[in-house]
Design a binder for this molecule. Structure first.
Ligand code: THU
Length: 173
């Protein structure tokens, strides 16, 4: 009855619905291209150096710049929890500080929980997605996102695709 009422209201009002799709390619680790594999390996190494005494969740990020340079980082926690920072943003802010004119073209993330690599792909948090989208817009270049687990790797061609309806500077005008 409730559903019927809403369906009727929908038809009468002419209200439109939009559906949003996220496209991700899934790979087995051995199927991943060499360039992506290198980033995953570097992200995993970086995860081992994370400072995560509070969550024991160690995240590694490795990003590639348009000039070929690879920058690695990891999460940095703090006793005042919100003062900590995710691996992706540590990597991005360092990259942008060091190379302000160079776009980020790819970023791999991996995670280690209690000393063991996560089997499933690890996804960037919402705040990191929003921060990385700023880089895509700033440099006009998409960031290939490589979300890696030890048993499965998920890849998508842009961060903006991972955060539909994100906030942009256009709203500020
Ligand atoms: N973390 C990241 O480094 N990246 C993410 O995208 C999600 C979460 C970190 C933050 C915190 O140190 C720990 O993982 C647990 O949330």
């Amino acid at each position: 009855m409730y559903i019927c009422y809403h369906l009727l209201l929908h038809i009468l009002s002419g209200m439109k619905e939009k559906k949003i799709t996220i496209t991700i390619q899934e790979y087995l680790p051995e199927e991943v291209y060499d360039n992506d594999k290198i980033l995953i390996e570097k992200a995993t190494l970086a995860a081992h150096n994370a400072y995560a005494p509070y969550s024991s969740f160690c995240v590694g990020a490795a990003l590639k710049l348009d000039n070929g340079e690879i920058i690695v980082a990891n999460n940095q926690e703090n006793a005042a929890f919100p003062s900590g920072m995710c691996a992706e943003r540590v990597a991005m802010y360092y990259a942008n500080a060091r190379y302000p004119d160079t776009a980020i073209v790819a970023l791999a993330i991996t995670a280690i929980k209690d000393g063991k690599e996560l089997e499933t792909a690890v996804y960037p948090c919402g705040a990191c997605r929003q921060a990385l989208i700023e880089s895509e817009i700033r440099f006009g270049k998409k960031i290939r996102m490589i979300m890696a687990g030890s048993q499965k790797v998920e890849i998508t061609s842009s961060v903006s695709g991972l955060l539909p309806l994100h906030f942009t500077a256009s709203f500020l005008k």
